[in-house]
Design a protein around this ligand. Structure first.
Ligand code: BES
Ligand code: MN
Ligand code: MN
Length: 462
């Protein structure tokens, strides 16, 4: 892979320039106002794949945003790597909190990224990380060192639930036949502590509506006599955790797989600094389920969090009113073997039962996703581990992540394939937040590491 690595070293500036252009297109899948830009991004990725040397490049239409496909099959007897990534991004708001506009990328140095980082929405999640694969492929092709077959499947609806990807995968088993799925859409512990993600949490997401009186009321005339839906909603939400911060929904923990003492001890070996953690997000202390460490709370334990809450008067000054309705959006992060549909039902039943007779309650489920764990005793993991060791000079540690990529479990069910999660982002990269960025070090290291994975995976597959 000497020539591949040389090609990468001499094309770093070009790689940054191309990613910068890609980041200029605001491919926000959640907001229809950006529909044209999302589609344009798909076209741009298709062009990049073609230029890099991919064949059969296709913009596959779906009921939503297209999926970009491309492949390079060099020998049916060699293994096939299926690369998955997403070109859509989260909305950029609140816009006023960006130091530079979200879709006008700039490179700036930070304490954690002394070599510089690209600041833009999608820089890390997932345009930057997805693009590393296109560039690594380009390098292997240019050097004539591609060691196995490769297929790309880059979607544009990950941030809104990947609903059409499920349909596409179900209808294209043969087209997508492969030996392993390779994804860079997660993170690692630190630039000098490489890690490989071995698990993702699932997700159950609901919206709730509490209705009191049929219209907003004068809070003097009616206050004290009728249920205030905002007060009631706040009480209902407060009751969802007990004093140990356990989730107070009957049967919620029934299917949770508890880790063995040995597994927990293994986890505890990964470096974690309470002080640095608190400092990085400016909190005086952490908060969470009794009996578990912060890394455990954030990965192997389920959660329930209000993501948004609204109702009543929030304009200038004071308006004395009892609102007719109150709302909240609530997410539950799930762990193996919790089933998102079952958890949503448990939530619904319990939440409805909490409501006093004086209000009506509606629970509306949103998209969810299943948790996933990836094996560490597999050639996929072994190949990834060897690849990191080669490019970082250190063996990576396996780490379970708290985030969700629902399609990972879907791939396993539909295609019978395991996924290797080779993420190169950092938690401090502010994905989904203002000032999202991706370190140049991380971008280059990703591009360097991926070809090594291909080679080790091909060798280990024999
Ligand atoms: N790439 C993230 C998930 C992620 C980030 C996993 C970092 C592990 C580490 C993905 O784009 C994402 O944001 N997923 C959503 C779920 C989806 C259904 C909207 C999430 O985790 O909230
Ligand atoms: Mn992502
Ligand atoms: Mn995301």
């Amino acid at each position: 892979m000497q020539k591949t690595q040389e090609y990468i070293q001499s094309n770093k500036e070009k790689f940054v320039g191309e990613l910068t252009d890609l980041l200029r297109i605001p491919s926000v899948s959640a907001d229809p106002a950006f529909a044209k830009d999302v589609v344009k991004t798909a076209g741009s990725i298709a062009n990049h794949l073609r230029t890099a040397g991919a064949e059969n490049v296709e913009i596959c239409e779906t009921k939503g945003y297209p999926i970009v496909y491309g492949d390079k099959m060099i020998d049916p007897n060699l293994p096939t790597v299926l690369v998955y990534g997403h070109y859509d991004v989260q909305p950029a708001d609140p816009l006023e909190l960006w130091e530079n506009p979200a879709f006008e990328p700039v490179v700036k140095k930070t304490d954690i990224h002394p070599e510089g980082a690209i600041f833009a929405r999608g820089a890390c999640d997932d345009k930057g990380q997805m693009f590393m694969h296109v560039k690594a492929f380009e390098a292997m092709m240019a050097a004539d060192e591609l060691p196995c077959n490769v297929k790309f499947m880059i979607e544009g609806e990950e941030e809104v639930g990947s609903l059409n990807l499920g349909v596409f995968v179900a209808a294209n088993h043969e087209k997508l036949a492969a030996d392993i799925i390779l994804v860079s859409d997660t993170g690692m512990l630190a630039n000098d502590v490489p890690s490989i993600t071995t698990g993702l949490r699932g997700l159950s997401y609901v919206e709730v509506e509490v209705t009191g009186p049929n219209r907003d009321l004068h809070s003097g005339l009616y206050g004290g006599c009728v249920a205030n839906p905002i007060n009631i909603l706040a009480e209902m939400i407060a009751s969802l955790h007990d004093e140990d911060e356990k989730i107070n929904i009957p049967n919620f923990y029934d299917d949770v797989v508890e880790l063995s003492t040995g597994e927990r001890a293994e986890m505890a070996k990964a470096p974690f600094s309470h002080e640095a953690y608190c400092k990085s997000i400016d909190i005086a202390d952490v908060h969470g389920e009794k009996g578990y460490s912060t890394p455990e709370r954030g990965s192997i334990r389920p959660t329930l969090d209000v993501n948004g809450i609204w109702g009543g008067y929030i304009g200038e000054g004071a308006k004395t009113v009892i609102a007719s309705k109150a709302y909240a959006k609530i997410s539950m992060r799930l762990v193996p073997n919790q089933d998102p549909n079952k958890i949503t039902q448990l939530f619904q039943k319990h939440f409805e039962s909490l409501a006093p007779k004086s209000v009506k309650v509606k629970v509306m489920p949103h998209h969810g996703g299943e948790p996933a764990v990836t094996p560490i005793d597999s050639i996929g993991y072994e190949a990834a581990s060897m690849a990191y060791e080669q490019s970082f000079g250190k063996k990576p540690i396996p780490v379970r992540s708290g985030g969700s990529i629902p399609i990972v479990s879907m791939f396993e069910k539909e295609l019978g394939l395991k996924t290797v999660l080779m993420g190169f982002g950092l938690d401090s990269d502010a994905i989904h937040s203002p000032n999202e960025h991706f370190g140049l070090f991380n971008y280059y290291k990703g591009i360097e590491t991926i070809p090594y994975f291909y080679r080790h995976f091909t060798k280990l597959s024999k």
